[in-house]
Design a protein around this ligand. Structure first.
Ligand code: ZN
Length: 478
């Protein structure tokens, strides 16, 4: 057993000696366990709910989820060939011991099998405790680690605690026991909050996240009082004062809708753009918004058009490809009010075509600008009996230099075209097509000069460059 602080050790003993579970513990376990059910599909799409034994017709495929019309719970559909299955959930119980908070972690493990008509039997076991004030977490012999995975055994000595070093997490999320919050938090600033309802609405959650990030925020209480429970989980993202519009970024007209649907922070972001009280649509769009690409797409088209396109393709749209397609289409001046352009038939193919045009188009613009720069800079062309230095003439010339020198000067074409940097090539007079030194100039000063593989210059090359810089660029008399 690793070293555990005396004050923590005392509390552990105290807890183990008087280990009575709270009053509604069994009721709570049943509430979690009710999720450990299935819809077993037999012939002719007939499915049977293992929770309430109700039978109904479901056309959904095996592996998908459906809602039992009788008990109203949603379960996964499995085949009646299934031999056995198991379910695992974490449970968090918060207690106060000698005035100090302790989070207790349990695992509930349920197993069902065909011989028993898939009626599951469960076991609940405690495996960890966190004392947040001491920054200490302890685990018992039931927790074991294999590589990066944590396993909870439902046997072993529950009283042999050892300190747990947080090199690896055990997943602090789970179903939080909601019925003792009133007593646990009775002496805190949250004593007037209806925690039971809140916890039930947001379960399962990561209690650590909630405790450390949200319950300390001033907006937490306000959000719970507004019954916006899922938003309260993200309390840190909201100001605690200001008008409704200032706090939520949407008019108060939407409040009833937000409350009724217990919307999440991600759903709120969609709602702000969509501005339509249609939860199915909000959730549908939110499901696709993995990397916040919708925010970028609505720069080009309305969110409703995006929705239509997703529906048209039964959701089978690669959003980042669509975003890039729209970017190219806009840059190339295609009319995005025209259905033909906004709803491409074959997205990948049209994307690749436009990308090609876009690159050529882009190159043409760049080359135009670069040739103008060349005209401007060519008065700086200079030579002595060994070397010559000339400004870059085109994108191709930059690419050629990059290739010959194995450097990255090709990525300077935009900066060069826009006049943010001047690029010159210094070469031997007798072999003007062969790269020797790549030179970057800003404000008439050489800021970079490199030979092949970004090496430094030889003495006489440096001398030439210095002379050119002072005599030609800075027009000093030498
Ligand atoms: Zn049912």
């Amino acid at each position: 057993m690793g070293y555990i602080k005396k004050s923590v050790r005392e509390k552990l003993v105290l807890m183990d000696d008087n280990n009575t579970m709270p009053k509604k513990w069994d009721k709570f376990i049943d509430e979690v366990r009710i999720n450990h059910n299935l819809l077993i599909k037999g012939r002719k799409n007939l499915v049977k709910c293992t929770n309430c034994d109700f039978e109904f017709i479901s056309k959904k495929e095996i592996g998908k989820y459906d809602k039992c019309p009788n008990c109203k719970n949603t379960y996964q559909i499995r085949s009646n060939k299934l031999k056995s299955d198991y379910f695992i959930d974490r449970i968090i119980l918060i207690n106060r011991i000698k005035g100090e908070l302790v989070y207790r972690y349990f695992e509930i493990y349920s197993r069902c099998n065909k011989n028993n008509n898939y009626k599951s039997s469960s076991s609940v076991t405690e495996f960890a405790r966190t004392f947040p004030r001491n920054y200490t977490t302890v685990v018992n012999e039931r927790m074991s680690k294999c590589q990066c995975n944590i396993y909870i055994n439902h046997y072993g000595d529950p009283k042999k605690w050892r300190e747990y070093t947080r090199n690896y997490g055990f997943g602090e999320g789970g179903y939080v026991y909601p019925y003792n919050f009133k007593e646990v938090f009775s002496n805190t600033k949250w004593k007037y909050i209806n925690f039971t309802k809140f916890i039930k609405k947001v379960n399962p959650i990561s209690f650590n996240y909630l405790y450390e990030n949200c319950m300390c925020c001033d907006s937490f209480e306000m959000l719970i009082k507004l019954k916006l429970y899922n938003l309260a989980v993200d309390a840190s993202k909201f100001a605690s004062n200001g008008s409704f519009n200032q706090i939520f970024g949407i008019s108060k007209d939407y409040y009833e809708f937000m409350k009724r649907n217990n919307i999440t922070f991600e759903e709120l972001k969609i709602l702000r753009t969509l501005k339509e009280k249609n939860i199915r649509k909000v959730r549908y769009l939110n499901e696709y918004d993995r990397d916040e690409i919708i925010d970028e797409i609505v720069k080009y088209i309305s969110i409703n058009k995006l929705y239509d396109y997703l529906i048209m393709n039964k959701g089978d749209v690669h959003l980042s490809t669509y975003r890039d397609y729209l970017k190219f289409a806009k840059a190339l001046g295609l009319d995005l009010n025209n259905k033909k352009y906004v709803f491409p038939d074959n997205l990948q193919k049209r994307h690749d075509e436009l990308e090609k045009y876009y690159k050529i188009h882009n190159r043409k613009i760049l080359n135009n600008l670069i040739s103008k720069r060349y005209e401007l800079l060519k008065e700086n062309i200079y030579k002595d009996k060994n070397f010559i230095i000339i400004p870059a003439k085109s994108v191709e010339a930059l690419e050629d230099e990059s290739r010959q020198q194995s450097n990255c000067v090709r990525t300077y074409s935009e900066k060069y075209a826009e006049g943010k940097a001047d690029i010159y090539f210094m070469r031997l007079l007798k072999s003007k097509n062969k790269s020797l030194v790549t030179v970057e100039v800003r404000n008439n000063r050489v800021v970079q000069s490199r030979t092949k593989y970004n090496n430094s210059l030889e003495e006489k090359q440096l001398k030439f460059l210095k002379l050119w810089e002072t005599k030609i660029l800075q027009k000093c008399l030498v």
